[in-house]
Design a protein around this ligand. Sequence first.
Ligand SMILES: N[C@@H](CCC(=O)N[C@@H](CS)C(=O)NCC(=O)O)C(=O)O
Length: 238
Amino acid sequence: MTVKLHKFGEAWGLADPSPFCLKVESFLRETQIPYEAVTFDPKRSFALAPKGKLPFIEDENEGIIGDSRFIIKRLSRARAIDLDAPLADRDRCVSFAFRRMLDEHLYWIGVYSRWLDEPGWSVIRKIFFARIPTPMRTFVVPLARRRMVAALRAQGIGRHSRDEVYALGKEDLQALSTLLGQDSYFFAADQPTLLDLWTHAFVAEIVAPPIDSPLKNAALSLSNLCDHYHRLQNRLYA
Ligand SMILES: N[C@@H](CCC(=O)N[C@@H](CS)C(=O)NCC(=O)O)C(=O)O
């Protein structure tokens, strides 16, 4: 059995509107693990998801696994794959810290720009709820937004002013751009390592959607980061 990847589905020319789903799919493609994508079903997907979130996978040997980090770790271990093999120990640590920054910090700034700020909210509400039957949409949409706003406050990003939020996001992008420098892949590796897959996913979700924001402008001003996004997009999804 191939791996079944449960994800939301294509949006904006990307394999998925979630950076977590996108990086898992990129990992499957880069490592050439055969997989089948299972698109979000509002009635089943979250109920099946072990952590109540997407992505999750079903794998013959490993069972059902939720959370992109555990998915990638378990698939790597089971198949003796180490995408970070070219890296020295110190670079592995730097990669680890930057990946955490993307998962736990830049992600929330993306959430802010999509769910709280405009024009993000007007753009995503049309796409994210398209598969919810019309009568249900009236209460599902405001409820989902209230939950995300509460999550942003609990996480902390939602307590800052708009300028402060985007200033924090710009710092993350600038740090990624400086670390990458003029190399094709991080740490001057010959092929993508984990941080390349992570960065591609998070930059893609800022640059590809038609959401004009200070975060997108910051990403677009960093040409090496944009070139890196296109390089990975061509390598994995052309
Ligand atoms: N730490 C998780 C995060 C996954 C996550 O936050 N997924 C979001 C979409 S980007 C989700 O499914 N949200 C649904 C919800 O919170 O109800 C991972 O790495 O997979």
